[in-house]
Structures are given as C-alpha cells and as structure tokens.
Design a binder for this molecule. Sequence first.
Ligand code: ATP
Ligand code: MG
Length: 571
Amino acid sequence: MEAENAKPAFDRVDAAEKTDSAENPAVPTNFIQEIINEDFKTGKHGGKVHTRFPPEPNGYLHIGHAKSICLNFGIAKRNNGICNLRFDDTNPSKEDTEYVDSIQEDVRWLGFDWEDRLFYASDYYEQLYQYAIDLIQAGKAFVCDLSAQEIRDYRGTLTEPGKESPYRNRSAEENLDLFKRMRAGEFPDGSKVLRAKIDMASPNINMRDPVIYRILRSTHHRTGDQWCIYPMYDYAHPISDALEGITHSICTLEFEDHRPLYNWVIENLDLPARPQQIEFARLNLNHTVMSKRKLLELVRNHSVSGWNDPRMPTISGLRRRGYTPESIRNFCDRIGVAKSNSIVDIALLEHCIREDLNLRAPRVMAVLDPLKVIIDNYPEGQVEEFEGEINPENPELGTRKIPFSKVIYIEKDDFREDPPKGYFRLSPGREIRLKHAYYIRCESVVRDPATGEIIELHCTYDPETRGGWSADGRKVKGTSHWVSAAHAVDAEVRLYDHLFLDENPGENATLNPDSLVTLTHCKVEPSLKDVKAGERFQFLRQGYFCVDLDSRPGKLVFNRTVGLRDSWGKG
Ligand code: ATP
Ligand code: MG
C-alpha cells in the first residue's frame, strides 16, 4: 500500500515543512507565498492579497478542492487579505443549485468564511457581453460560422500552425450585428461562435483564435432562459477575476498553457484590475478518483449511495465518515504546495484523522461480532459499575460508568478453541483480563448441535481481580473489551475500505467488492444509547467510529472512520 508511488509525497512533505522562519516560524512557506512576498516588495497589486475559490457547481467538492480552499483562504488570511467564493457557472447544462448549496456548506464546514463576498460568474453575463462588444469594436474578436469540427480541423497541431477561418476578416460592423443577433436568438445552437482574433500560427494552441462565446439553448440555474449565448471559461474567468479585484488567481497546473490567453484577455480590455494567474499541482491520492465527472458516474450508476457516501473522497463523504475539518486542514498543510504533480498516499490523510481523534474522541467498548460469555460463578442478578476513563490523552474529561453482569459479550475473534502460537487471547483453560473489570477463565464451550458453531462460552471470574488487576501479581497476556448483555445497545456498524483496488485507478478501474462491510448484530456499551449523528468515538482496540445519519432512536448506525493501526511513514 505505502509503496513506490507514495514516494514523491514523502519528499514533498519534507519540502513543505521548510518554514518561513524570518517572518513566522509556524507558517510553512511555499512558492506562492514567495511570489506574494516579492509582490509586496515591488508594490505590485498595491500591496494587497485578494484570492478567490472558483468552483464550478457541477458536482460536490472533493478533498482536492479542500487543498485549493485551504490554499486560497489560507494565503489570503496569512497576508491580511481576503478570499471570495465564486461559482464559475458558465456551463448551464451541467450545473445545479443542489451543487451550489452543497459547496457553500462544505466550505463553511471546513472553517472558511467568504463574508459578504459570494459571487457567480453569471452575475457578470451582461458585463462579459459588453466586453465582447469592446473586443469586436477593437477588431479583436469575430463571429465565425465554421462548425465545431471545422474549427478543430483548422486549428492545426502542436507541430503545424493552424489555418485562418474564412470569416476572420469580417468587418467590426458585421461582427457586431451578428453577435447581437446571436444574443437575440436568431441562430441555431452551434451555428456560430464568437472567437478572439489572436494568432493562428501561435505555438500555443490556446491562442489560435479561441472560441469565447457559443450559442446554447439550455436553462441556467440562475439566469433561466435569459441567455442563449454563454461565455467560455477562458474568457469569463480573467474578467470575473478583474471585476472582483482579485490579485492572485490561483489555479491548477493544467491551466498553465492557458495563462497567455488569460493575460491576453486582461491586456486587451479596459478592466478595473490586473490579476495574475499562478498555477500549482493538484492533489492526487492513491486508491482514489478525484474528478467530478468520475465521481458523478459512481453516484449515477449506484456504485455508492450518493455524493456523501462515506467511501467517497468528497468533503461531504469524509464528513459523514467522521473526518473533522481540523484533520483535513492539517492534511492540506502537510502535503504543501508544489509545482509538479505527484500522488499522495491516502495513509497520510488517515494518519491526520487518527492524530486528531486520538486527542478528542471518547473511548467506549463495542463488540462488533459478539460471542456470548456466561460467567458461571458471578451472582445471578448482580450488577456492578466500573469506571472507564473517557480519554487517557485528556484525563480532565473524567470517567464514564460501565455496567457489568453475569452474561457479557466479547468479540468472536477474541476466542480460539485451538489457539495458534502467539495467540494470547481467550481459549479453553486460559485466563484473560476484561478491560476495566475482572480476570476470567474459559471453562467450556457450547456448540450449536446442528451447525457445530460455537455459540457461547462458560467462564469463571476471579473476584480478587476487580478493576482488572490481580492482587497476587498474576499476569495475563490478553485484554478483551466486552459489553454486558443485559445493558448493551444494539447497533449496526459499517466498515469501509478503499473504493478501488487499484492503487492508481484509471478509466475502467475495478471497484473493491469489500469496500463496504455491514455488521448488523453489534453490541455497544450503554453510554452510547443517546448519541447523535456526527458524534465520534474510539471503540477500544478497533478504531475510530462516527454516528451515521441513518441512526434512529433504537437503531444506532456507526461508520468506521479509520482503524487504529497507522501505516503512514512505516512503508
Ligand atoms: P474536477 O477535475 O474534479 O472536475 P475541476 O477543476 O473541474 O475539478 P472546479 O470546480 O473547476 O473543479 O475547481 C475549483 C477549484 O478547485 C479550481 O481552482 C481547481 O483548480 C481546484 N481543484 C480542483 N481539483 C483539484 C485538486 N485535485 N487539487 C487541487 N485543487 C483542485
Ligand atoms: Mg473545472
């Protein structure tokens, strides 16, 4: 698991831990901060930092977006700046208000605040249209009648220049007339486009007269049917940035080749600000797909229960799984910001949530696969209460009461009739400790006469070992968690594993058939009776668990957030 591919991530973590010691030893530096430091020195952007997080509302946010959110909001905060939330909603056919709402919820949950600066690219449709008119009037844009296929054919290749469109030399007057009529709905979808007039021989294909407006009859989630022409991302984005006074427009590496076009738009229009685009490496995680298109596919074909399925790398999935915002922010800090792509080991993300929950999660006992144990010499009807520490990492939290009685459950896996070498848990004739309670010894085994399966154990306890310690110094090698049968609360527990078997899931990656295992007969200690969705616990010896949304009074459902064993850095 923590094999070769994880290596670059290790290197990157080291690099990211370099700190900007002169200014603030606690703040990791990165190349974007260095650019900003330089801009402060030269007075570029008037000594201001104003960033934006620009999601397209065509899906739920994932952990990759969390990296971008932490970076944009984080770098603004660190430099006394501000960060906008802007929906990049120029693709009406794929966008939806469900996504707009979930994105706001997720950014807020992660702990970031855009205050009164919530914007939509669609807020600027009229302005974007007017700027297109300016380009046309300046002879820098033209209406083109070539079909999409013809435009592709004319575009040329990396090694050959493109061919100019026969419509390239239309007069500004004719272009203006056609563009207005495009807006007025006189032409069918796809029959005309507006293109920037740049350079068909540019070595950068993005500069070969890129399309900046298309005709598309599609109802927009905000503007409805008001528009039948929509601006392209590469045109709308720099203008939206400039209109909001963005100084540093941070995006992922695949936009590097689009930067000349970004700058062309900024330079060829009379805009209120001159933002600067900076690219960084996107987050990739092993065993995980991270594109919204692929995540949507998993939702649509019911491979998962929804965008917030706890196996999904979405923020809402991680939240439901039991991740805390702190653990995700900490993860984003640790992976750092780099200029070359790499794959981060998902074990680091798991390490971050373990580290956080170790300090805050109350300890409880839960038996996931119960085996009944009858303590023959324990008085019938007697109940004792033991005290268990809530969290040994945080003794101030105090203790909880755990009832003990004659019939208890232990984990099936904590008993072997025929123990292999090195197995120190319960077996016939052997003594173990019940956590917080007593030593017990297994005396006999009862089987189901039909199946031969072991259905209960008969044990004896030693009253001299109250609290789990023997006065005569007698040692036991195993300690089991347990719950009192009469007091236990029934629960369902969902165990999760990677959604994909492949370490680097490609287009047709195989789903892990065991990514969800549901245990329906679990028994948990009674202190959990009234827990609420979202509460997190450490089940002793098993891992961290969180109460699922599906919980109902009398039917608790827990998600395993992560097991206890940490594989991070041990590879
Ligand atoms: P996807 O490829 O998952 O569909 P996207 O880039 O199309 O993502 P947007 O909604 O356009 O999604 O992204 C909003 C912001 O988040 C952009 O600035 C984008 O660069 C950034 N972002 C998206 N994916 C990642 C990632 N894996 N790591 C870091 N930043 C990302
Ligand atoms: Mg996008």
